[in-house]
Design a protein around this ligand. Structure first.
Ligand SMILES: Cc1cc2nc3c(=O)[nH]c(=O)nc-3n(C[C@H](O)[C@H](O)[C@H](O)COP(=O)(O)OP(=O)(O)OC[C@H]3O[C@@H](n4cnc5c(N)ncnc54)[C@H](O)[C@@H]3O)c2cc1C
Length: 456
């Protein structure tokens, strides 16, 4: 019997037939990434409902030598959850309970399959907030966000997922289950295994639950969309706001061509009376008078062409759409190649201005779309009009980032998409240390083997 068939038969006997799906039509719904760039044909999709069932899946995979790709909401943007090499998909969305909410300490435990929106709702219900947020909140899961160390729209205030993480429960590639979900805030009892699994992209094991730190709610929010004459003026303004505006929650950057695309897809009206080549979406919370404070802060910035400030929910939501609809709108042009990169503050504006020419030099008919988290130096360079396997653009864009002292992955991870370029961000000895960790925690090499680390 073929190894995959034996794996399926053994797991069905152990967990019951409904946990193991081999119907090609169902499997196909797990076989393509969100961008449409990466495809695979999984022999099976496994749907465990408890940590013990996940442990049974890993034990059976070890017995039969079957590679596994963990999958949550499948909103990842680097092909990390796609079974391109015939791996079995482990769909973790059924582990979706929120438990042990501590409204006094500001913590909760969430199963790996819990969506980020459900964590946010549970936090609100306890009088707190969850510090990480982004447009895919309704589908992206706790497991996926831990595995990618997701950043998002409020990184400037609360940092990435790693900063919210107090502990994890996971089944490692060794088959062992680790469970450290502390009820305390401070805990430095040795190696921080949660931090190690955070950002490991499913290569060390399968996260089944996370203990999450909550943050104080922001208070009433004001949101501004501010048009600038140049990228340099917008980047400088982001720095000024970080230093001067208390309660700053988000500073996002979009460009005129991206806004025009969003408008053509959504039918939104022009955001400002004046045409602006670069716009910042700024949000801040304040318990006294958020609108006045934000308007005053914007009025004090250099290079502003026009601005709109809102405090009521629907109008704020509309301003956010000019930013949040970018990812979807760009995908209507065609499957994008995504380069989620960070630059030192001093290099950010020139990089954003230059990168279309860097792309055009090797792909004249491609289009480049930039937007991102301005306060974090994080720009999402999206390139449409390329063949799925084109690597020339990645070569020049990622090399440019490295030359400027930036990082080739800010928050999406390395995945399949960028593992060939890991050496631009990590030294050989660092990659060697990562391989040693992988060998220790996934000695059979069955946990997402084609992700993050390049082939030796
Ligand atoms: C519209 C849109 C906007 C986005 N904006 C942002 C943003 O602002 N910031 C940001 O950081 N990301 C953003 N993303 C990317 C994406 O939402 C995140 O990477 C998210 O963390 C992925 O979660 P997921 O549950 O969908 O994971 P998946 O896509 O299913 O998986 C992602 C990776 O995690 C691994 N994985 C999944 N679950 C587990 C688990 N339980 N245990 C171990 N490994 C696991 C997978 O194998 C894969 O390598 C955006 C995506 C979209 C579509």
């Amino acid at each position: 019997m073929h190894a995959a068939d034996a794996f399926v038969a053994a797991l069905r006997a152990d967990l019951g037939p409904d946990r193991v799906v081999t119907d090609p039509e169902v499997a196909a719904t797990h076989a393509v990434d969100w961008t449409g760039r990466f495809h695979g044909v999984p022999p099976a999709v496994v749907r465990p409902r408890t940590v013990d069932e996940v442990a049974a899946v890993v034990a059976t995979a070890i017995e039969h030598g079957i590679a596994l790709v963990p999958q949550g909401g499948n909103t990842g943007l680097v092909g990390g959850a796609t079974p391109c090499d015939g791996e079995v998909v482990v769909d973790l969305r059924a582990l979706a309970a929120v438990t042990d909410v501590d409204p006094v300490g500001g913590q909760l435990t969430a199963g790996a399959g819990t969506t980020v929106a459900d964590v946010q709702a549970a936090a609100r219900g306890a009088g707190w907030a969850y510090g990480v947020d982004w447009a895919a909140r309704d589908s992206a899961t706790v497991g996926g966000s831990v595995a990618t160390d997701a950043g998002g729209l409020r990184f400037v205030r609360h940092g990435s997922t790693r900063r919210q993480l107090l502990g994890v429960e996971a089944v490692l590639g060794t088959g062992a289950t680790i469970r450290h979900l502390p009820a305390v805030e401070k805990d430095n009892t040795g190696y921080d295994l949660a931090a190690l699994l955070c950002g490991s992209e499913g290569t060390l094991g399968l996260v089944t639950a996370a203990r999450l730190r909550l943050v104080p709610p922001a208070g009433p929010l004001a949101t501004a969309l501010v048009g600038f004459a140049s990228t340099a003026a917008a980047v400088e303004a982001a720095s000024v706001l970080r230093r001067s505006l208390a309660g700053l929650e988000a500073v996002e950057l979009v460009l005129a061509d991206g806004v025009a695309l969003v408008r053509s897809v959504t039918g939104l009206p022009a955001p400002l009376a004046a045409e602006a080549p670069v716009l910042l979406l700024v949000e801040a919370g304040d318990h006294v008078d958020p609108e006045r404070r934000l308007a005053e802060a914007v009025a004090g910035l250099d290079g502003v062409l026009d601005a709109a400030v809102a405090v009521d929910g629907p109008r704020r939501a509309q301003l956010w759409r000019y930013r949040e609809e970018h990812t979807s709108a760009i995908s209507t042009v065609g499957p994008p190649h995504k380069f989620d990169v960070t630059l030192p503050a001093a290099a950010l504006a020139a990089f954003i201005d230059d990168v279309p020419d860097v792309v055009a030099a090797v792909a004249p008919s491609a289009r480049t779309w930039c937007f991102g988290h301005a306060a974090d130096g994080n720009v999402h360079v999206n390139v449409t009009g390329l063949a799925p396997d084109d690597e020339a653009v990645a070569d020049v864009v990622l090399q440019r980032v490295a030359d400027l002292g930036g990082s080739i992955s800010a928050e999406h991870g390395i995945g399949r998409a960028k593992r060939r370029w890991l050496h631009l961000a990590r030294t050989p000895s660092e990659v060697g240390a990562m391989r040693a960790i992988k060998a220790a925690l996934d000695p059979h090499g069955l946990c997402n083997p084609a992700v993050l680390l390049p082939p030796p």
